[in-house]
Design a protein around this ligand. Structure first.
Ligand SMILES: C[S@@+](CC[C@H](N)C(=O)[O-])C[C@H]1O[C@@H](n2cnc3c(N)ncnc32)[C@H](O)[C@@H]1O
Length: 681
């Protein structure tokens, strides 16, 4: 039943002469892989470029390259459309806004039978219907989804097309030519509501750097147009009656209606809240997906057809898994949600109960031998922001004169409200009668406001977190928020104590134990300190090696003179951190070190991958809004912006050289310059 369009791309010019020597009549098997498959822009067929051999192809490059790059941009845009449509179908397959019970198919009129009432305001998995008709399934999945696509996809569009466009607008059009009609009817009524509505349809208007203007119509399959890419002039002449509005990219995601909370939105509220939560959940994954593909999405879009297909399939699997996982967390009590589709997701859901708005991830209670402690009230997944808090006041860290410090703290305490003052004086004082109570409490509880900050902060909540040498959470000062943030660095079980590390270095038992006793006045009996002697010695050896390697890769001279050995150190360091079960900001730091090694020697390809991994690791322990994450993200986008770029050009390599189509081990071998188990240059 589905109408199909005639592909306008890949039209041959009938000949297969060499683009360079033209007269050559040899069998021409080498076509230009870069531009083959690019769609036509102005209805004239795209000339396919062939060569007799590599020599001719090389010799012709100067002449062909401008045309080739333009065609490659078109091809990337077309592939982006394919990926976006498939991603939207994956989302809809798991999060359909209607509880569809059956589908009636009458030639070009499709009717969705929808169960009335129950669960109508929630997102639903699409039932196992239409499995034998992929085209129709796609059309139905995309039914009335064009506005939703603007909400879900805007940041993915931005990431996929990064570097290709000069502008992208979200355009609201009135479609005139539909080859297919879809309507709904409820299972309790007898008459179909089969009059198609004249509704707005949302598409992207993309201006490429080569000045061509295109339309990406991600959801046109619902009208019988499965292709997603059209020249703008053709689309506006042939497919739409009116252009209602043109907005900047992200407009519909950020429109006020969408930002209203559930109660303010009324009846539609629940589904929209789910939609918003899902869109946000997808957003957080985009950089991680980018990192997994070893580079920018645009290089994926320009890869060979085989690599593109493989990478696309992998990407769509990730999208689906993440949608299912996110939905299971967003609407855990809804029996019709996607969590039913996946046992694994369900298991994860059970482990990761999200606290209700009013409750928190933690409570404070007494723990034997440690005084008060912060304890998880739910299973907390790694990467969760457990707490963010503003200090009640700040104290200087480098003021050693007790009298001056006493005066500063007394002044701050005087300014506190009665309630805060009471809570401040209820905090632990590990200094007994050595100081005034206020100074003793301040010295016991101050947390650093940055790694080298001159000030510490006193917090009424975060100051209750005890120390562990194998901590499960990380404290970070977020200068953007003016708050301390506490993130889970591994999955924390309900009832488990939430801990941070009070030490800035990670020494062996013999060093850290007296330091904790002398500075913080307690004898640590954490899981690491309590290990049996043999295991503790093993851990100590690893920690010693970690400390040594950390010093080595931080040495600028070493980075410049022996980069390969530095890269080897970084790789070994990551392995040791993993073996030690260390999952905090040190992982992000090692990736950042690796980025510096690569970029100092002009290798932008590896630098980008390392920056993306450093970013992903930072986001887990500090959140996307952390200044550190933003800084690393900048280098992931443009590695050459790093101040060390080109200290030497020994490893010169463009960002486009990130290899595609390698399996996991092969990619790691490339990344760490490893050949057959050894590192090579
Ligand atoms: C910032 S306070 C932490 C909260 C404190 N437990 C309370 O009751 O308010 C630091 C003090 O907590 C105690 N503490 C922290 N971590 C500990 C641990 N691993 N073992 C024993 N006591 C610990 C020590 O007395 C330390 O001086």
């Amino acid at each position: 039943m589905m109408a199909t369009t005639t592909p306008t791309d890949e039209l041959r010019d009938g000949g297969s002469r060499c683009n360079r020597c033209n007269r050559c009549l040899k069998a021409t098997t080498n076509n230009c892989g870069g531009c083959s498959g690019a769609p036509a822009y102005d209805k004239s067929p795209v000339r396919r470029v062939f060569y007799c051999d590599r020599n001719c192809q090389k010799a012709d490059w100067d002449r062909h390259k401008t045309e080739c790059r333009d065609l490659q941009s078109r091809k990337a845009l077309r592939r982006a459309g394919i990926v976006l449509k498939a991603a939207m179908c994956q989302i809809r397959k798991n999060a359909y806004p209607l509880p569809v019970a059956a589908v009636r198919n009458d030639a070009e009129q499709i009717t969705l039978k929808v169960s009335a009432g129950k669960g109508a305001d929630r997102l639903h998995p699409f039932p196992a219907l239409l499995q034998d008709d992929a085209g129709l399934l796609e059309a139905v999945l995309l039914y009335e989804s064009s506005a939703e696509a603007m909400v879900y996809l805007c940041n993915l569009v931005r990431a996929l097309l990064d570097g290709l466009y000069t502008s992208i607008l979200e355009v609201d059009v009135l479609p005139t030519s539909c080859k297919l009609r879809i309507s709904t009817t409820t299972t309790t009524t007898t008459t179909d509501t089969d009059t198609p509505k004249d509704v707005s349809h949302y598409v992207y208007r993309v201006a490429l750097k080569n000045k061509e203007i295109w339309v990406l119509d991600i959801t046109g399959a619902q009208h019988g147009y499965p292709d997603t890419l059209f020249p703008w002039s053709e689309y506006t002449q042939e497919r739409c009656g009116k252009i209602n509005r043109q907005r900047s990219l992200g407009f519909y995601r950020n429109q006020p209606k969408y930002l209203l909370n559930e109660a303010q939105r009324g009846a539609e509220g629940t589904a929209m809240a789910d939609e918003r939560a899902l869109a946000q959940a997808l957003d957080t994954e985009i950089p991680k997906w980018g990192a997994e593909y070893g580079g920018k999405f645009t290089s994926l879009l320009k890869s060979s057809e085989v690599d593109f297909q493989a990478a696309k399939d992998r990407f769509l699997d990730q999208v689906e898994a993440h949608v299912q996982f996110s939905l299971a967390r967003i609407s855990p009590n809804d029996s019709s949600t996607a969590k039913k589709q996946s046992q694994a997701v369900q298991a994860k859901q059970e482990k990761t109960r999200t606290p209700t708005q009013k409750s928190r991830w933690y409570c404070t209670k007494a723990v034997p031998g440690k005084g008060q402690a912060m304890v998880a009230t739910a299973n907390i997944p790694r990467g969760t922001r457990i707490l963010s808090e503003t200090p009640i006041f700040r104290v200087p860290r480098d003021e050693h004169n007790h009298y001056t410090l006493e005066r500063i703290i007394a002044r701050e305490v005087e300014r506190l409200s009665t309630g805060r003052s009471e809570r401040f004086f209820a905090l632990h004082n590990a200094h007994g009668n050595n100081h005034s109570p206020a100074l003793g409490i301040a010295r016991t509880n101050a947390l650093p406001l940055g790694p080298d900050a001159a000030e510490g902060g006193i917090f009424l909540e975060a100051s209750r977190i005890n120390h562990s040498c194998r901590q499960n959470a990380q404290n970070t000062w977020n200068a953007n928020l003016g708050k301390i943030t506490i993130h889970a660095v591994r999955d924390i079980k309900e009832g488990e104590e939430i801990t941070i590390s009070y030490l800035s270095t990670f020494e062996n038992y013999a060093v850290r134990h007296p330091r904790l006793r002398d500075t913080f006045h307690f004898t640590c009996a954490c899981e690491l300190c309590a290990l049996p002697v043999m295991l503790r010695r093993q851990s100590d050896r690893r920690l010693d090696r970690i400390t040594r390697l950390d010093g080595q890769i931080g040495d600028g001279v070493h980075i410049v003179s022996t980069p390969l050995s530095c890269l080897r150190d970084a790789h070994e360091l990551l392995r040791l951190l993993e073996e030690e079960g260390i999952t905090d900001a040190r992982v992000a730091r090692v990736y950042y070190d690796a980025l510096q090694i690569a970029i100092a020697h002009g290798d932008q390809a590896r630098a980008r991958v390392f920056a993306q991994r450093a970013y992903a690791a930072r986001v887990v322990v500090e959140g996307e809004d952390s200044p550190n994450a933003a800084r690393v993200r900048k280098y992931a986008e443009r590695p050459a912006a790093h101040r060390l770029f080109g200290t030497t050009m020994k490893w010169r390599q463009a960002v486009t050289k990130i290899p595609l189509g390698l399996n996991g081990d092969e990619f790691e071998n490339w990344l760490w310059k490893k050949a057959k188990g050894r590192l090579s240059s």
